[in-house]
Write a protein that binds this ligand. Sequence first.
Ligand code: C6P
Length: 420
Amino acid sequence: MVEINKNPGAIAGVLDTARIKGDFPILQRTVHGKPLVYLDNAATSQTPTAVIRALVDYYERYNANVHRGIHTLAEEATAAYEAARAKVAALIGASPDELVFTRGTTEALNLVAYGWARQHLRPGDEVLVTPMEHHSNLVPWQRLARERGLRLRAIPLTEDGRLDLAAMDGLLTERTRVIAVTHMSNVLGTVTPLAEIARRAREVGAVVVADGAQSVPHLPVNVRALGVDFLAFSAHKMLGPTGVGALYARREWLEEMEPLLAGGGMIRRVTLEDATWADPPARFEAGTPDIAGAIAFGVAADYLRGIGLEAVAAHERELVRYAWERLREVPGLTIYGPGPEHRGGVISFTLEGVHAHDVAQVADGEGVAIRAGHHCAQPLHAHLGVPATARASFYLYNDAGDVDRLVQALYAARKLFVRP
Ligand code: C6P
């Protein structure tokens, strides 16, 4: 029988998880008759009451289109929408006019590829990617490379799943125009040295397109300190709703970027023959945006700021250290990626003799939600030599007791699938 930690706070004690769990109604539910342990935060995070209230409040009190009406509701909606932009921008150290609301990370990265890179890159130019990119920061570049005759080159990984910066130096040339790199792998948890990458990119005149889907929710991120040109992230991975996210872009690039969509809200002047664009960020937000979602995104940013991203990161560091030790006790379990000191709150693993999907299914039966599969990172799984991994990903409401429940579920999976 696996020993259950009776005092989770004593091990992962940075945040008061009992109080925080109380802010998340969904965490009070049971799954298959057992209290839910939610460890699929890299896929999507749960939503605190304050964020849910913001969505309801918008529809109950001031549902109106933004930047169009002059009636009270429209003015209130516009003010709340722009206030949300300022809050989200402040969270990453950007100005509001450098932040475009998108549908999420995927749309934000496509906007960079098709809105910016398509205009700026020439045949023969090189784009550096990494083997641990989520498909969202790889497939748009592959598509653009085919269309524009670009060359994609991959920065190798070290044995333990970090970026090999010495090898990156060997790939950097005057043809390198873009380094498209994740700030935190959604599979290995590896945190990449973005500031260092940006410094080296500047030396050859390349821009850095950073995928912040996993880092912005979990680490203190400041775009000025990092020196990146673009940073994409999603609200739903940082306590906000689905369907909204953001692209930070340096002002000079925003000025030169082409919109993906044309229509209402993004124009300055339209004649029957022609149109001119509005200033950024409105230029990139054609059509009625997800107004309630953006406002709720701002409330999620408030919530995170209230707790403090330093504290969130420290909490997850403790939790990952604890999970690392506990998981390594499980016979036949292999963890992928670097040690706890180089990763965020994500641990992907395989369990010998049990398919990753079976691991996830048994865990679900125990009330523990984890993800299994390729996690939209097929090239990385090819590199690891496994078709699928199981993944536990943590957030500010998780504690050592949740890790213990996971470990217990893994023993249950072994009992079912592995012959003694
Ligand atoms: N990763 C996961 O389970 P969207 O879907 O646009 O909000 O985010 C895409 C995305 C981009 N980059 C990284 C590093 C990501 O982790 C994700 C989403 C989820 O890992 C769903 S595949």
